[in-house]
Design a binder for this molecule. Structure first.
Ligand code: SPD
Length: 296
């Protein structure tokens, strides 16, 4: 068998579509307490992290997802110093967070230690960030962590998997009540919000929960290669009313001298422009984005 391509890995999307990836060698395969965690070589996407037959990331396109989940909130937050990442045991989100020199502490809370271990061993492209001295890795359920912690954060990033099994509470009201609690007054929470094509009910549910607690709520999109349908979303909510457009200074991105694969200041702004079908479903749940900050 060649390293990159003698079998097909099949992922089911919502029971209505199956996507198949040509893959070769399995570098690691473990049944953890929560899921099957596999790292495979693929023909077209480099190494892939696959949990319960669902692609979490590929080396080829992970930068799109991780740049968009991290830099949008971090460039809106006035001075992000303390960041909490829930999920994201592969380390890709943490890697992007650490590129902001104002960040002094980044805590990763991942429920499944097997994900962290497998990525540390086989996907250094993302997991090498976890060795940075500013990072603290906690293997614990994120729901439990935010319910109990005394720490406070400027940005919370919910880098979750799909809302099945132990991930369901990460899309729930109690969790977001506690996220609100652990955020500083100007705090921002951004969350993995599934597909606008397949999951509009999930998106509606999440935005409804956020609207009950946060004065500013938005959703933004990104295109990627490996999540079915290609177009996927993140939610954005700010505790103090910071607006991802009105309080975003494109000059700050330029002055940072950071280079990106996908994110830039124009993409940041454009990502909040939603297609008509998505606006029709979600429009009533979003707060206006054009004006500056909503003072609370
Ligand atoms: N359908 C898969 C959605 C997975 C989103 N999370 C991926 C984790 C990458 N850090």
């Amino acid at each position: 068998m060649s390293d990159r391509g003698d079998r097909w890995l099949e992922e089911d999307q919502s029971g209505v579509l199956r996507v198949r990836y040509r893959v070769g060698k399995t570098l690691s395969s473990k049944r953890s307490d929560f899921q099957t965690v596999e790292i495979v070589e693929s023909a077209g996407f480099g190494r892939m992290l696959v949990n319960d037959d669902t692609v979490m990331l590929s080396e080829r396109d992970e930068r799109i997802y991780h740049e968009m989940i991290a830099h949008v909130p971090l460039f809106v937050s006035p001075r992000p110093e303390r960041v909490l990442v829930i999920g994201g045991g592969d380390g890709g989100t943490v890697r992007e967070v650490l590129r902001h020199p104002s960040v002094v502490h980044c805590r990763l809370v991942e429920i499944d230690g097997a994900v962290v271990e497998a990525c540390r061993e086989h996907i250094p492209q993302t997991a090498s960030a976890l060795g940075d001295p500013r990072v603290a890795v906690t293997i614990q359920d994120g729901v439990e962590f935010v319910a109990r912690t005394d720490e406070r954060f400027d940005v919370v990033i919910v880098d979750s998997s799909d809302p099945v099994g132990p991930n369901v509470p990460l899309f729930g009201a109690e969790f977001y009540g506690n996220v609100h609690r652990v955020l500083n007054d100007d705090g921002i929470v951004v969350s993995q919000a599934e597909s606008p094509f397949y999951d509009s009910e999930v998106q509606q549910g999440l935005l409804r929960i956020l609207r009950e607690r946060f004065p500013r709520v938005g959703i933004y999109n990104y295109s990627n290669l490996t999540y079915p349908g290609g177009l996927w979303s993140f939610s954005f909510a700010s505790k103090g009313g910071l607006c991802p457009i009105g309080d975003f200074d494109p000059g700050r991105v330029e002055r940072s001298s950071l280079t990106f694969h996908y994110y830039n200041a124009a993409v940041h702004r454009a990502a909040f422009t939603l297609p008509a079908f998505q606006l029709e479903k979600l429009g009533g749940l979003l707060t206006p984005l054009k004006e500056g900050r909503i003072r609370v």
